[in-house]
Design a protein around this ligand. Structure first.
Ligand code: FES
Length: 56
């Protein structure tokens, strides 16, 4: 599912980034560029990051 339409980033890409070592929304923002344009995806992306971290 697309989370960030501006950058074309999916929830799978965000989960993969956490698997590869991202530890915060800030890390995912830096590596993928999620929420770097309109910002509307920020809350959803953050929730996915948190959920992924709690599964690790
Ligand atoms: Fe992610 Fe716009 S939808 S920055």
């Amino acid at each position: 599912m697309y989370v960030c339409l501006c950058k074309g980033i999916t929830d799978t890409q965000i989960r993969d980034a956490v698997q590869e070592g991202a530890r915060s929304m800030r890390d995912v923002h830096a590596s993928l560029g999620v929420a770097s344009q309109c910002g509307k995806c920020g809350i959803t992306a953050r929730d996915i990051v948190r959920e992924s971290l709690s599964c690790n």
